[in-house]
Design a protein around this ligand. Sequence first.
Ligand SMILES: NC(=O)C1=CN([C@@H]2O[C@H](COP(=O)(O)OP(=O)(O)OC[C@H]3O[C@@H](n4cnc5c(N)ncnc54)[C@H](OP(=O)(O)O)[C@@H]3O)[C@@H](O)[C@H]2O)C=CC1
Ligand SMILES: O=C(O)[C@@H]1CCC=N1
Length: 275
Amino acid sequence: MKTTKIGFIGGGNMAASLLNGLVASGHEPKQLWVSDINPETLANLSANLNINVTQSNKEVIAAVDVVVLAVKPQILAQVAKEICHCLQPNQMVVSIAAGITQASLRKWLCPETPIVRCMPNTPALVLTGATALHANDRVSPEQRDLAETILRAVGIALWVQNESELDAVTAVSGSGPAYFFLLMEAMEKVAVELGLSEATARLLIQQTALGAAKIALESPESPGELRRRVTSPGGTTQQAIETFERGGFDELVSLALHAARDRSIEMSKQMEANT
Ligand SMILES: NC(=O)C1=CN([C@@H]2O[C@H](COP(=O)(O)OP(=O)(O)OC[C@H]3O[C@@H](n4cnc5c(N)ncnc54)[C@H](OP(=O)(O)O)[C@@H]3O)[C@@H](O)[C@H]2O)C=CC1
Ligand SMILES: O=C(O)[C@@H]1CCC=N1
């Protein structure tokens, strides 16, 4: 797998996370390609990772075994139509775009193209990504394994049976890192108000987030039980948790995740209707 030629169309945030992760996991940099319209983006990727870079999407297609579509959903139709004639019949396409369905991709590419649609997240950068994948019926078992191996190189990877599950995955783990950063941001602001220096606050919050994630991963207990173990009756945590609950914490999380899931569905419908 480490010598499979993989090409990214679009070298922005998510592509950079995956490329960094692939190189860090031992993938041969010279087997990795990326195209982007922005020369500065390409210069940074080339300098940092020593991978092949080009402004030509078609050059990437011609050089690789697997093509990863990593542009914004809004311009994916245009990019897919530009490259569709250059794809070899069995060349696998992996799309990471939120809210772009297999049906749209099939329409824009060629009906025979093997397509894996997936939803990764930016912690791929530090090899702790979480990705869900869905394959169309043109993807061979070997290509399925290859797609899974690529994403597993940068974290965990699991398959969903129904494509519609990717809307929920996008809301939970695709966007999820931002929710944790939001909480960290808010905690840091208040910690400074409470008298800590910014550096002290940030370090304490980062280590606490890491510790909470590690204990949640390693313990057989549910998050609810782990939370109760921190919450001494009549103590400080109880005050904080009750304040969160009075403020409608669960309802707010529900509203936020539904909004993200609904936006994913809405984007799918808009793209299918407009192209
Ligand atoms: N960011 C995230 O956490 C996640 C993102 N995704 C998905 O990944 C995809 C990329 O997102 P993200 O990395 O955040 O977006 P970015 O905007 O950071 O990256 C997209 C890159 O594509 C470039 N680009 C624009 N037009 C073209 C073109 N015609 N050919 C080649 N490259 C082009 C952009 O350049 P310029 O900026 O100059 O326009 C930009 O560098 C999206 O579809 C998103 O839904 C999925 C999971 C998580
Ligand atoms: O916000 C977005 O649309 C993308 C998809 C998941 C994370 N970022």
